[in-house]
Design a protein around this ligand. Structure first.
Ligand SMILES: [Zn+2]
Length: 508
């Protein structure tokens, strides 16, 4: 073989969260966010403001810091949550990775930046397909570490094709960089001879998004329990909440434990965590606030400046879960209620943003939201508006999941619609970072009500303005509604909590 003192480690990845009810994602979506081949992966990962999510930069930095290595970039495709990926692009990516990995062989180890809730228009387990292909190419003895989003829907193929399974542990996802570093540490250990063993247990629970916070609640307790039960034998404990809207047969809250040698130790701990999750099963039901009550609360804080301001999360239209970011229910209700001093963002409407740029700052016009309807939830809405600010949408994330990332939101406009100032964007993202308001010159600290199109990642960005008690999750129609009984499921395993009664689970 070659020089073991500077191990050759291949880097590759496919990362997208896919909502089966949303329109398909194309190659263009990846090209617009992150599509890299070869050494460009490494240089982008080492740049101060990369476009990719932080696990690969964390991996590269930790490898750099822990000794000599020879990074071998293969291909990395990553983009915002969306509908299923056009299958032809996934096939093309597999082919690129296969050719690149074979050309780079032999390698000493592989790092896969995965998500776990990807879909294609023809395949429900692309993450598993990729891992399996990589294993076939490198053979049984080359260590593979992979990182996964905590919304991963875990297949047996995903777990069995790799050696170290490392999932995010925080939601909002603020530990991506650390998990990348953990993958690097696992690679170093495996290069030193450790051959990990894994155990996997899936529960018949598909947790609605809002029940999967990690600060407190039934899911947080499972994660905390797992971390407290770490021993020198256990390399990693991952509790994967999954992503309901992928609607696959592999959906279900899944515990994956990676042990350094002893499979029995992994199995024992996985079972204990699963049993805790099962004991908590009655708590995986969402509790949201009705639109009428949300309007009443917004009016109350609008009238009384001594009350703390409120953030209203439009959890059903979360671009971070494949939502379009363009439903108008809250905008219409807040505007028509005459709400003062409110912000709303970020509303995805390229046509409207372009028109605002043509009209210019100060222009007064009839703003037509959703003139080209994209889903049945994206109803047209027209209101008198004034263009308050315009930008080109280029920014660097300031706080939360986008912190330090280079982002392009396309032409953006702040439109004053009565007492509500709406930030309209041209590239769809979730409203997880205060910068999206601040770059328009808007002062979040002075607003009485702030509407965010985000399910939960906004908590990591807006926590300096809104504590947990100032957050109102509003019950509205949309592609990412936590009210799972409103969807027509085709593939979810049934019976399952929270959709069915009399769900049973027996520890194997
Ligand atoms: Zn996630």
């Amino acid at each position: 073989m070659h020089d073991r003192s500077s191990p050759r480690v291949a880097l590759l990845g496919f990362s997208i969260e896919c909502n089966k009810f949303a329109p398909p994602a194309t190659k263009a979506h990846f090209l617009a966010r992150t599509y890299l081949e070869g050494d460009a992966i490494i240089s982008e990962a080492r740049s101060p403001n990369p476009t990719m999510l932080p696990e690969t930069p964390g991996f590269v930095a930790a490898m750099d810091a822990s000794g000599p290595w020879t990074p071998v970039g293969i291909a990395l495709a990553m983009t915002e949550p969306n509908g299923p990926v056009e299958h032809a692009f996934f096939v093309e990516l597999l082919d690129t990775i296969s050719r690149g990995l074979k050309a780079a062989s032999p390698v000493d180890a592989v790092y896969i930046c995965s998500h776990g809730a990807g879909l294609t228009t023809e395949e429900d387990d692309p993450d598993g397909v990729l891992a399996e292909m990589v294993r076939e190419i490198v053979g049984p003895d080359v260590p593979i570490a992979a990182t996964f989003d905590l919304h991963a829907n875990v297949s047996e193929r995903m777990v069995e094709s790799i050696d170290a399974f490392i999932g995010y542990r925080t939601n909002p996802h603020l530990d991506m960089r650390e998990r990348g570093a953990e993958a690097a540490a696992a690679i170093r250990e495996m290069l030193g001879g450790v051959k990990p063993q894994r155990a996997r247990i899936r529960l018949p629970i598909v947790p609605p998004t809002v029940t999967m916070l990690t600060a407190a609640g039934p899911y947080a307790e499972m994660i905390d329990f797992g971390q407290h039960r770490m021993t020198p034998e256990i390399m990693n404990v991952s509790v994967m909440g999954g992503f309901a809207f992928a609607d696959t047969a592999k959906n279900g809250l899944t515990v994956v434990v990676t042990a350094r040698r002893d499979r029995r130790a992994a199995e024992k701990l996985a079972l204990e965590i699963a049993e805790l999750g099962w004991a908590n099963r009655a708590r995986f039901y969402p509790r949201l606030t009705s639109l009428d009550e949300a309007v009443a609360r917004a009016l109350a804080v609008g009238r009384d400046p001594s009350m703390p301001a409120l953030a209203f999360a439009d959890v059903a239209d979360n671009p971070g879960g494949g939502g379009r970011g363009n439903t108008a229910f809250l905008l219409r209700a807040f505007h028509e209620a005459g709400l003062p001093n409110a912000l709303l963002g970020v509303f995805y409407d390229p046509d409207l943003a372009t028109e605002a740029h043509h009209r210019g700052v100060g222009a007064h016009f009839q703003a037509r939201f959703n003139r080209s309807e994209t889903t049945r939830f994206s109803e047209p809405y027209t209101a008198s508006a004034t263009v308050a600010a315009l930008t080109d949408g280029r920014c660097v994330g300031r706080r939360g999941i986008y912190a330090g990332l280079r982002l392009e939101l396309g032409p953006c406009a702040a439109l004053q619609v009565g007492g509500v100032t709406v930030v309209v964007i041209s590239h769809r993202v979730q409203c997880a970072d205060p910068i999206f308001f601040e770059m328009m010159g808007l002062d979040i600290g002075r607003a009485r009500s702030v509407v965010v199109k985000s399910r939960g990642h906004f908590r990591g960005g807006f926590d300096e303005f809104f504590g947990p008690e100032q957050i109102v999750e509003v019950d509205l129609p949309g592609l990412t509604s936590p009210m799972l009984n409103r969807f027509e499921w085709k593939r979810l395993p049934r019976p399952v909590i929270p959709l069915d009664d009399n769900v049973e689970w027996q520890a194997a």
